[in-house]
Design a protein around this ligand. Structure first.
Ligand code: ZN
Length: 186
């Protein structure tokens, strides 16, 4: 766990609560994004996971299966990747996004399906099924820059200049990368 994430408030089960998560009646609502907290993070260039300011330079986010596939297709064809559609998910540190990609149930949900397919006795079948869903989970992606807009109801982000693409097909794909990143930061 990144140190700044370790320092976050916890829910009753001990899970660290991201910076942009709203609290209702003393309970974090993990599936939601708090407008005020997200706006503060955007304006002060703070990480949406750990709430600590991000240094100048690239920022990271976790993308879902559809965007991951689009990035992979662009890289394969040698085209620059550009997605001008805004998202409500803000940026964060590399370590924080690697960590979030592994533990956040809202990002890691398809993993259960992948796990059950791998339990099939026929190894070849299992391999083919795994291959078919490879990358379905998403990716941790680095961008050179981002823009944001705070509207009355939403905080919208747009990410520019792809600098790193780390796709994952299981929740623990990035464990070694996260360990290495934490070693660099400490
Ligand atoms: Zn962070």
């Amino acid at each position: 766990m990144p140190p700044a994430v370790e320092a976050r408030p916890r829910d009753v089960r001990g899970y660290p609560v991201p910076a942009i998560t709203p609290w209702e009646g003393g309970e974090p609502r993990f599936a939601l994004t708090d407008h005020g907290r997200s706006a503060d993070c955007a304006r002060q260039r703070r990480c949406s996971v750990c709430d600590v300011p991000m240094p100048p330079g690239p920022v990271w986010r976790v993308v879902g299966a559809t965007e991951s596939a689009a990035i992979a297709a662009a890289l394969a064809s040698g085209e620059p990747y550009r997605n001008l559609a805004p998202t409500t998910e803000g940026p964060g540190h590399r370590a924080c996004m690697l960590y979030a990609s592994m533990v956040c149930p809202y990002l890691a949900r398809p993993n259960a399906r992948r796990g059950s397919s791998a339990e099939r006795p026929d190894e070849l079948t299992a391999h083919v099924v795994r291959g078919a869903v490879r990358g379905e989970l998403g990716a941790v992606v680095g961008f050179g820059d981002f823009e944001y807009a705070v509207t009355e109801t939403q905080v919208l982000f747009r990410f520019l200049d792809l600098v790193e693409y780390l796709p994952h097909d299981t929740a623990d794909t990035h464990l070694a990368e996260l360990r290495a990143e934490l070693g660099r930061v400490r």
